[in-house]
Design a protein around this ligand. Structure first.
Ligand SMILES: [Zn+2]
Length: 445
């Protein structure tokens, strides 16, 4: 982009993002304000009149929206997803989190990156195309969830609504990846990372029963000791690591942009998988999580009083299942590793990793070419997402589910998601609108 952003054809998107950020649609059981969500829907109607007048808008769940824009063909429908809710804020913000302040070329506030930027990007692109009486080559659906941050029912109900209407999407695009700078040490080019799978979230509860009693007369190997032994066994026996296929492809694509000595290693990532696995494991917890299913003991409880022996000790275990592993396999690993049948194991929630969306495919190539068009310096590449998104629900009705937010984000910005000082650059927002618009314009007949 050249010149000032005010001259950009989608410049009004900046004010729209500010307006949406100022409405605190926080998803949290103790902070939920239904009126804020109602206000947000009113604001969307005010900012995007043609979407609401010309397209079919269906309310889904409490405050979600499903919008249908008929195209020239309904053979390969496309779903563009985003969510309206945000996580709560904590202290430490430079600019108040619901101010939507425009400072230093960015819009500041909770939700700018996650995920109101995508809401504005999608809606502004569609509104602008409607102003031109553009007809997309394929049906376009917009699915705006209202409870993504609390793993709510919005997205499953949107999927149910599509199933009811007999819609089988050809392509689904949701948040997740970004045009990420400073993503890998030594690689100067930003990477347009597109999530092709996400880890499954599974939780277990470990518990050990005992007789309890007074702390003055303890016995050996009581519930707390047995539970502690189980936990240390788990800690010492991580699951086997291996670099999954999307990561191998990511490395291959980064090879030409890497420092010379690294190039052949990355270019031959497939053959050098064992070496790369060791490098990822050694480089720190974030990269290690890219190479294996992770197991974290989180909650712990025992006796409620310091002079009472626990009759029951419990630990919560949060597991992120890597594509290629299964919940059953991981639970079996945990059981075998603990090796103590007095430790009871209960599966609290079980979600398999999302199936892999194809990379060697027209839909992925469409995302790739659109990324190259709008972000000419970026390297488009697939990756495995560590966090969960609403997109996972759509894998039941679509083989091509991709997670990509078309915004340039620095490392600091990516770290501000769910933390303080979340902000989105004005030019980044406008590029994002351009990306969604071009994607819709380029849908294949
Ligand atoms: Zn999000």
């Amino acid at each position: 982009m050249t010149g000032t952003w005010e001259a950009h054809p989608h410049a009004r998107a900046v004010e729209t993002l500010q307006a949406l950020v100022r409405i605190p649609t926080v998803s949290h059981p103790d902070q939920l304000d239904p009126q804020a969500f109602e206000d947000l829907l009113v604001e969307l109607e005010r900012r995007f009149p043609l979407i609401h007048q010309r397209l079919e808008v269906t309310r889904v769940h409490t405050h979600g929206l499903l919008v249908h824009w008929p195209g020239a063909s309904a053979a390969r429908p496309v779903v563009l997803m985003a969510h309206l809710d945000v996580v709560p804020v904590e202290d430490g913000w430079t600019h108040p989190p619901f101010s939507g302040d425009l400072v230093d070329g960015s819009v500041w506030g909770r939700g700018t990156l996650d995920d109101k930027g995508c809401v504005v990007g999608i809606c502004e692109a569609v509104e602008a195309l409607l102003e031109r009486d553009f007809v997309p080559a394929q049906d376009v659906w917009i699915s705006l969830g209202c409870d993504e941050e609390v793993f709510g029912q919005g997205a499953p109900l949107a999927v149910a609504e599509l199933v009811r209407r007999g819609v089988r999407p050809w392509l689904v695009v949701d948040e997740g990846g970004a045009v990420a700078s400073e993503a890998f040490p030594g690689i100067g080019a930003p990477i347009g990372v597109v999530g092709v799978t996400e880890k499954g979230v599974t939780s277990l509860e470990l518990s050990v029963e005992g007789s309890g009693g007074h702390a003055s007369t303890p016995t050996r190997n009581g519930p707390t000791a047995r539970l502690a032994r189980a936990i240390t066994r788990l800690d010492r026996a991580p699951l086997p690591a291996r670099v999954p296929e999307p990561t191998v492809e990511l490395f291959r694509r980064l090879a030409p942009h890497a420092p010379a000595p690294l190039r052949p290693v990355l270019a031959n990532a497939g053959r050098l998988r064992p070496l790369l696995t060791r490098v990822l494991l050694a480089a720190g917890p974030e990269t290690a999580a890219m190479a294996r299913t992770t197991v974290a003991v989180t909650t712990l409880s025992g006796s409620p009083a310091i002079n009472v022996i626990a009759a029951n000790a419990k630990a919560g275990v949060n597991i992120r299942v890597m594509v290629g592993d299964t919940v059953a396999g991981v639970v079996e690993h945990v059981r075998r590793t603990i090796g103590d049948d007095q430790v009871r194991l209960e599966v609290v929630e079980a979600h398999e990793p999302s199936p892999l969306s194809p990379v060697d495919d027209d839909a992925f190539r469409l995302l790739e070419s659109t990324i190259r068009e709008v972000f000419p310096d970026a390297v488009p590449a697939p990756y495995v997402m560590m966090a969960a998104t609403d997109a996972r629900h759509f894998t039941t009705i679509c083989e091509r589910v991709y997670r990509f937010a078309p915004f340039r984000m620095t490392l600091a910005q990516r770290q501000s998601i769910h933390a303080a000082d979340e902000h989105l650059g004005i030019e980044a927002l406008l590029d994002g609108v351009d990306w969604y618009r071009r994607l819709i314009e380029r849908l294949p007949a």
